[in-house]
Design a protein. Sequence first.
Length: 409
Amino acid sequence: RTKLGTPLIKAIVEENTPFQFRTFACSVCHKKFNQKANLLVHFRVHTGERPFKCTICHKGFSTKQNMLKHLATHSGERPFVCSVCHKGFSHKGNFKVHFMSHNEMHPYQCNICKKKLTSKQNLMLHYASHSSQFDFTCFICHKKFVSKTEHDSHFKIHVKEYNCSVCNKSFNHKGNLKVHFRIHTGERPFQCPVCGKRFVRKQDMQIHSWTHQLKPSRCPVCHKSFNRKDNLKVHMRIHSGERPFPCTICNKTFSKRGNMRKHERIHTKERPYKCHICNKTFYSSSNLSAHKRTHTKEKPFSCYQCGVKFSRNYQLKVHLLTHLNFKQYFCSFCSYTTYQKGDVVKHERIHTKERPYVCDVCNKAFYSSSNLSAHKRTHTKEKPFSCNHCGKKFAQNSHLKAHFLKHLQ
């Protein structure tokens, strides 16, 4: 039973009201109930109390019935089977909604506009849309609603009573604050069962896990494979040079929205990721993760040549160059460096204005042989680069890359 005190439960009766006609009203939202026990269950909506725990994952529920429904998801039991497609469901309500999608069953019809709806409740709400009687008005923004439930749900937008103790950001729901707080702690409780990658939110993990079942999309330029089309679209910006996300402060552009947001924190000095050991703060979760290894002494990046381990990936990359005997080449005019001698030779021609590659048709000169080859196709009309989606051909690879992005939109 709930530990609520009796002042919160109000019996709305008159002195001479017979016992069987008494009603009990919630002192928070004034919803009425015929039985005191139903009011006690309802009040858990306001207190957040969830006394019924799942014996497997320990998730809490406000009613025993909801807990038992949830428990069926662990057993894999799906007793409600669709007679059309044979898909199974653990909950009867989910099965009913699914079955209607096959037959387009909308048994409740509006007498005014003839629109059909799936439930009596939806029909009653729909009827109210024909009437001008909107009894529930938000006193803050004056938006009107046909039901108290819709009004109460909307009102939470204005009331943000849950504040983050680290950054003071406010939230409408306690659950949203709990998810947000993982940004500061670095907690990622949801793990992909296939690859082990961890996520802050359960829905993010579920979306990710689906990628393991999808047919991969391949980049036409470097042939790298992606399980999601939107990831391929982002990757293509590497080849096209597209950077659609500008910093609102200094206008520096980025290929990914997340990278732009990390960059903006340099201007705002915001450091939302906090180490729970030493309280040091960081711009990004990746920097926090790397920092935590200074406490745990963890070194997950190891050299495949000699076995030496590092706490950061970039340290491993620098170390690998010692095995490959790479020589670093420096530009004589600026700070440009490269590990390819040919690259620095091409680069220095920008400073010297040297153009040793000359077209034998029009005598136009170029910095590199690749630029000359691309130019010659303007004379020969040759188009060696073709789109593997629609077959359209292009004279330059950069034009193919720009064209391919249109297929991804």
